[in-house]
Design a protein around this ligand. Structure first.
Ligand code: NAD
Ligand code: LMR
Length: 334
């Protein structure tokens, strides 16, 4: 086993997703069985007791890979030497609350955290924003961290990707791991475009497999437009409606998979990365694309064809990201 522990900072660690994340990270689900971890739990004063309680429970698990746990309300202490930062701490959306309301509530959190990362994180730091609005929170953090390369900042759309795979697996009576090539384009919001046009199930195009089940290509397209896309895009709201609060275990699972795959390499998945102009997305927006990783960070899968309807859906979500960036600029936070 490697002796040097990797420092992982989790913000909002006393919250729901934090509680679902910490024990799995300490058990090795994120970095594997050979990499000890040093956990730094960042909270605001109101959340400190919950984070301290989680730290006590982590100790009581006696995880072999857990080097140490520190709880703090200082961003500079929490990010000092961090190689991985999971930015979870934010105000979750409650029933009836719009994402736009979240911009003002959350933008102030991510600027100072970006600045702290810039000042004290490890040279190899990689950052994923989970707290909503995740894409724009990542954009704000990045804007405050000029010394950290842009490709180290990502936002979580793996949950949307997994939701899309889950819906297809059910509709096609297939195993999730037989489904490849699903793409989430755009924002982690209801405007996202979950795209199956390049996806396969057990090697067969998903659209053909759907057509076989549903009685023709026209029926397959109707199912995709009327059921699949809105179900995936609005799944976050559905979970809030049913549970009374936003997704927790599935979000933590997706965050673990996002970091794991970024670090160890993966074939095609989805993640929001800082645009370098791929597919005409304005540079600097943190936008979800199909991505791969060779273990040195996510790279956009380029050269895919998007038909006019797909392009229109993707453009609408990119327009929302631009509007969020404009709103944050108008608040003076960029
Ligand atoms: P929660 O309210 O249970 O926990 C949030 C925690 O963050 C609280 O303990 C709070 O004290 C803490 N916090 C607030 N401001 C902080 C700051 N400045 N520094 C450090 N900690 C701070 O919420 P949750 O259910 O854990 O959800 C967290 C966020 O994740 C929400 O914004 C939610 O909308 C988002 N989310 C994102 C996805 C995704 O796929 N991207 C999925 C689900 C939830
Ligand atoms: C989710 O996708 O479950 C969450 O991002 C929803 C939300 O707004 O918290």
């Amino acid at each position: 086993m490697a002796t040097t522990a990797t420092t992982i900072t989790i913000t909002g660690a006393g919250g729901q997703i934090g509680y679902a994340l910490l024990f799995r990270i300490a058990a090795g689900d994120m970095l594997g069985p050979d990499r000890p971890v040093r956990l730094r739990l960042l909270e605001i004063p109101q959340g400190m007791r919950a984070a301290e309680g989680a730290a006590l429970e982590l100790q009581d698990c006696a995880f072999a890979l857990l080097h140490s746990v520190e709880v703090t309300d200082s961003a500079e202490s929490a990010f000092d030497g961090a190689s991985i930062a999971l930015l979870v701490g934010a105000r979750p959306r409650g029933p009836g609350m719009e994402r736009a309301d979240l911009l003002a509530a959350n933008a102030g959190i991510f600027g100072p955290q970006g600045a702290a990362l810039n000042a004290v994180a490890a040279d190899d730091v990689r950052i994923v924003a989970v707290g909503n609005p995740a894409n724009t929170n990542a954009l704000i953090a990045r804007a405050s961290a000029p010394d950290i390369p842009a490709d180290r900042f990502t936002a979580l759309t793996r949950l949307d990707h997994n939701r899309a795979v889950g819906q297809l697996a059910e509709a096609l009576d297939a195993r999730p791991d037989d489904i490849h090539g699903v793409a989430i384009w755009g924002n982690h919001s209801a405007s996202q475009f979950p795209d199956v046009s390049h996806a396969t199930v057990a090697g067969k195009p998903v659209v053909d497999a759907l057509a076989e089940r549903l009685g023709g290509h026209e029926q397959a397209l109707v199912w995709l437009d009327d059921l699949f896309i809105p179900r995936v895009a609005k799944r976050g709201a559905e979970i809030i409606e049913v549970r009374g609060s936003s997704s927790v275990a599935s979000a933590a699972n997706a965050a673990i998979e996002h970091v794991r795959d970024e670090q160890s390499g993966t074939a095609w998945t989805s993640a929001a990365v800082v645009s370098r102009g791929e597919y005409g997305v304005p540079e600097g927006l943190v936008c979800s694309f199909p991505v791969t990783s060779d273990g040195s960070g996510y790279r956009v899968v380029e050269g895919l064809d998007l038909d006019a309807r797909s392009r229109a859906r993707f453009d609408a979500s990119v327009a929302e990201l631009e509007a969020e960036r404009t709103a944050v600029r108008e608040l003076g936070l960029l």
